[in-house]
Ligand binder design. Sequence first.
Ligand code: UFG
Length: 330
Amino acid sequence: SSPCVLVTGGAGYIGSHVLHALTDAGIPAVTIDNLSTGRRRAVPGAVPLIEGDIGDASLLERTIREHRVDAVMHFAGSIVVPESVSNPLAYYRNNTVNSLTLLDTCVRLGVGNVVFSSTAAVYGSPERVPIDEETPTVPINPYGASKLMTERMLRDAGAAHGVRSVILRYFNVAGADPEGRTGQATPVATHLIKVACQALLGRRPALSIFGTDYPTPDGTCIRDYIHVSDLADAHVLALLHLRRGGESLVLNCGYGGGASVHEVVEALERVSGERVPATLAPRRPGDPPQLVAVADRIRERLGWVPKHDRLDDIVRSALVWERSLDHPAP
Ligand code: UFG
């Protein structure tokens, strides 16, 4: 039978989109998820879901052996930046220590291909935008630091043990599966597009626009929003690259363009024909004015061609998904 990819965190937002992309491509997968934030029904029916923790080395070992795993895609982790500031050690445990256990198990069992979910947060608040992959990594919060440590482990394990990896540094991931199979499900969201959709639908009082005095054209922060389905395609290409014997890569995942908070709100109002209730609020601590990727390398090295790179498509899919949460599957 064909080799299988182990996806950690496959019941979560990005992991579940990738499981659907793998299934669509006919690539066998198995997932381990502790369902702390993920949802069972986000996992495609054809993919075995093993409920458990990736800090559990014996569970990892059993899964890798039983499913003849040759590659790992590692999504499981904590992602809320302010929470990482108030509870840093939990972030180092869940993101860094558990990644160490996973990587150590891969090395011991000879699993030589790893695709890792990293983040633009490893760049901190860079002096120059757009940001290429050679930009110094100086994270400004424990979340970014916990991810950067895993990047470093992957690099060192690559040199010492031959594990090859594709490190994907995500910019601002948003939107939902165009077929409505999965999306961002957590009700306690902090991400702009999710929160704006909730406000538009009356599920929270209003969107707070954090900071209107930034050194940007309209005074609000600029981000490089990337549709989660394009990001999922990038993961499939990264896996195929590694399985072909391709070399280790560090790749930004963005479109290379930016949208401000005001522009995001306008796009949502345009596609919905409705108002987003919003209030102007002070800056949120730790927000850099602009995070925009230089996104050429991923296109060159993986042949990635985004299909959903219009802001209107991103916010429309996010809103369609948010509406569907009113009618949970039986
Ligand atoms: N924003 C608001 N109101 C909100 C939420 C967000 O105005 O209710 C603003 C933020 O101030 C920021 C922008 O919208 O200017 C985007 O904020 P998000 O919280 O959606 O995303 P971040 O840019 O803070 O962070 C995200 C991920 C990080 C990742 C980073 C990389 O959460 O993990 O993108 O670009 F590192």
